[in-house]
Design a protein around this ligand. Structure first.
Ligand SMILES: Cc1cc2nc3c(=O)[nH]c(=O)nc-3n(C[C@H](O)[C@H](O)[C@H](O)COP(=O)(O)OP(=O)(O)OC[C@H]3O[C@@H](n4cnc5c(N)ncnc54)[C@H](O)[C@@H]3O)c2cc1C
Length: 383
């Protein structure tokens, strides 16, 4: 006898949500519904925003409609998640209550730029698509002065991205022949580049910055920004162009729900991504998974993707009895674009004890093309 029809409701149509929906759709018969909810109709691939910043991608090349999932049998519901009741697995979406048999929460992280007075008004960010689009002409225009790349808090999305941004900015200034007249600085709130990946990776990334003449100072927390001036408590430093990675915060709808801990995030199980509620899983940036070293698993698409597959397998097994429940093992890798058509590649086991075991492979064309292939895969085959 076929299993009774079940509805899997996936909140969030970013990397984690789309990967979950695709995998579930492949594993479940059509009698079961896979429903994806997202605020905007469009998906955009954040890892390519840095290429929008450098001018090597147009926004339209890294954006596509989530509606394309419908042709594969995924129901796409465009609307805002306003309330989550995990006990009854009922979600209010734009005023309408939507019940589910299984719930996957993948709403990402929200920006908290307003925490730093003046940051949004006097800086540019590559972390959003409109931000990267506005930054591109500024970088194309600058011929002298100082560019500061800033991480505005120790916790942000994609630990590699600000360092990639600095290396890519250096590369485009060199290509334009103005690098000797433009200083490039990195000021980071965290104590070292990509500190969760360990001292060797931090030293390798710091070495890449040094080789390119990028002045790097870690452990400095921005407190306020004025036109052409960044304040770090009592100290301040001038700039001609400020480029920043914003702080993040848990989405309000999650922080207000019983799913959240006091810090606003969902502390899902590291391996199963189970929450404290039956048939409710949480994946990706809205989870806070504390590693053995006391720091959280970085917010990165590679982990959202791996967790999505684990959760999809678990749900498919629960519904059909086939296959095995999934398990996320903490492995992941990340391309670190260095410019001039090259990238480094950091990968390893972030759940290793007593500390993550991660190595960074030296920049080469191979890793750059690896990222291009991954981008094309997401844009053309996932959606
Ligand atoms: C510039 C940049 C470069 C990056 N590069 C890399 C990289 O090279 N490699 C890597 O692994 N990671 C990278 N990342 C990080 C990666 O993009 C994120 O970690 C990943 O997208 C997280 O996936 P997610 O599904 O958890 O959340 P998201 O992809 O952020 O998706 C969340 C979705 O939920 C929707 N949503 C939120 N709230 C609501 C609501 N109330 N109602 C309805 N919908 C809602 C959002 O609109 C969004 O579509 C980068 C990030 C940035 C900013």
């Amino acid at each position: 006898m076929p299993a009774p029809s079940q509805t899997v409701l996936i909140l969030g149509g970013g990397i984690g949500g789309v990967a979950t929906a695709n995998r579930l759709r492949r594993r479940l018969d059509r009698q079961h519904r896979v429903v994806l909810v997202n605020r905007e109709e469009h998906f955009s691939f954040a890892a390519s925003y840095l290429w929008v910043m450098t001018g090597s991608r147009r926004p339209g090349q890294v954006t596509t409609s989530l509606r394309r999932l419908e042709k594969g049998g995924i129901d796409v519901l465009i609307g805002s998640v306003e309330r989550i009741d995990p006990a009854s697995r009922t979600v209010r979406v734009s005023g309408r209550d939507v019940p589910a048999d299984h719930l996957v929460v993948a709403l990402g992280a929200d920006w908290a730029t307003e925490r730093i007075p003046g940051l949004a008004d006097h800086g540019h960010t590559f972390a959003t698509l409109p931000g990267a689009e506005r930054l591109a002409p500024e970088l194309a225009r600058i011929t002298s002065g100082r560019i500061t790349v800033l991480t505005a808090a120790p916790l942000y999305k994609c630990p590699a991205a600000p360092y990639e941004a600095a290396l890519l900015i250096d590369a485009i200034l060199r290509a334009r022949g103005v690098r000797d007249r433009v200083e490039v600085l990195v000021r980071s709130a965290e104590p070292a580049p990509m500190p969760v990946a360990g001292a060797n990776v931090s030293a390798a990334v710091a070495g890449l910055l040094a080789q390119r003449g990028i002045d790097y100072r870690p452990g400095v927390q921005v407190t306020a920004v004025e036109p052409g001036l960044v304040h770090f408590g009592e100290a301040s430093e001038g700039n001609d162009l400020l480029v920043y990675m914003p702080p993040i915060t848990a989405p309000r709808v999650i922080a207000d729900s019983p799913l959240a801990e006091a810090d606003g995030w969902i502390h899902a199980d590291a391996n199963t991504l189970a929450t404290g509620f039956e048939r409710v899983h949480a994946i990706g940036d809205n989870t806070h998974i504390v590693l053995g070293i006391g720091k959280p698993l970085p917010r990165a698409g590679v982990f959202a993707h791996g967790q999505a597959h684990a959760v999809a397998d678990t749900i498919a097994h629960a519904i059909t009895g086939h296959g095995q429940p999934g398990r996320f093992d903490g492995h992941g890798g990340c391309f670190v674009e260095t410019g001039h058509g090259r990238a480094a590649y950091g990968s390893g086991d972030f759940y290793a004890h007593p500390a993550p075991s991660v190595t960074l492979r030296a920049p080469s064309r191979r890793w750059h093309w690896g990222k291009v292939v991954f981008e094309q895969n997401v844009m053309r085959r996932w959606l």
